[in-house]
Design a protein around this ligand. Structure first.
Ligand code: NAP
Length: 290
């Protein structure tokens, strides 16, 4: 199939490569062209704008950064939906706002195009190993059609409901991640202060009831002092901001999420916005005089 792919960063590059390896023809666009070089070398075709991608492909996937990037790529002057009847289906896999997913679905449908919101979970490792969890919203028939392509990128894939349901599910994911990452950091901070070997602590508690993706994957990076991004602090702040706004709109108080959000705002203010989310440890260490 002719597949469009917009956004070839940490996640998008790996995800697109699985689609390419399965034999599909890729039409590519990214803000920084060099990040698509690998995919172009392996036979992908560069396009100068999102609408050019859509003009060449039947299904277009997007994996950009923030909701304003999603807006630009879909609804901007040279956006995918700037003209009628380009591609048949668009799939936004960025973590973005449920309300924007609904707007895109409406505009796409006016242009004769079907759309899905299908954010993912599983991190840089899940993207690399094609083991992502993919949570989709939109028309169910469209989901059934795209499912074989999702199966190239992920292991656990679910249809969650109408447009926006994928993004709402991803917010549930991020609320839970916020709770686990602060637990991981505080647990390892305590381990260090108590004189324990932190990696040995991870090896045992990561197998019991306290097990989580974060302790087993981000814990060792913290122990090694590796704060390189798998998942950017500034993207997590974006996600928690969306979840807090959505929660307020439905009259929900989420004090745990609000606390972790504030701590991450401090991590960013300390200059660590482009580090990985495990950099929460740096802010907690600072608070504790370490
Ligand atoms: P990333 O490395 O910043 O990738 C985003 C890519 O999209 C970048 O290459 C960026 O271009 C490109 N882009 C942004 N705006 C664009 C625009 N208007 N037009 C064209 N290209 C544009 O981030 P990522 O880690 O892959 O994350 C992507 C999305 O997935 C985010 O919404 C994030 O929250 C979500 N997510 C991330 C993870 C993770 O563990 N990393 C896990 C689940 C979900 P530049 O190269 O010029 O910056």
């Amino acid at each position: 199939m002719k597949i469009g792919w917009i956004g070839t960063g940490i996640m998008g590059r790996s995800m697109a490569s699985h689609v390419q390896k399965a034999g599909h023809e890729l039409y590519l666009y990214n803000r920084t062209k060099s990040k698509a070089d690998d995919l172009i070398r392996r036979g992908g075709t560069w396009c100068d704008t999102p609408v050019d991608v859509a003009g060449n492909a039947s299904i277009v996937f997007t994996m950009v950064g923030f909701p304003y990037d999603v807006e630009e790529v879909y609804l901007g002057e040279k956006g995918i939906l700037s003209i009628k009847n380009t591609c048949r289906i668009v799939v936004d896999m960025t973590t973005s706002k449920p309300s924007l997913a609904k707007t895109i679905a409406d505009v796409a449908s006016e242009r004769g195009i079907a759309s899905l919101d299908a954010p993912v979970s599983g991190g840089d490792i899940g993207a690399r190993d094609a083991t992502l969890a993919i949570m989709a919203g939109g028309d169910e028939k469209t989901y059934d059609e795209v499912l074989p392509l999702f199966q190239l990128m992920g292991k656990t894939i679910s249809y969650m409901g109408t447009a926006g349901a994928g993004q709402h599910t991803k917010m549930c994911n991020q609320i839970l991640i916020a709770g686990t990452i602060i637990g991981v950091c505080e647990s390892l901070l305590y381990a260090g202060r108590a004189g324990l070997d932190e990696q040995s602590v991870i090896n045992i508690i990561g197998k019991g009831a306290a097990s989580s993706w974060s302790i087993n994957n981000l814990g060792p990076r913290i122990v090694q002092g590796n704060y390189d991004p798998g998942f950017f602090v500034e993207h997590f702040i974006k996600d928690m901001g969306i979840a807090l706004q959505e929660a307020e709109a439905i009259g929900l108080s989420l004090p745990g999420l609000a606390l972790v959000h504030q701590l991450y705002v401090a991590v960013k203010a300390q200059g660590h916005g482009r580090m990985g989310t495990q950099a929460l440890m740096l802010a907690l260490k600072k608070m504790n005089g370490e």
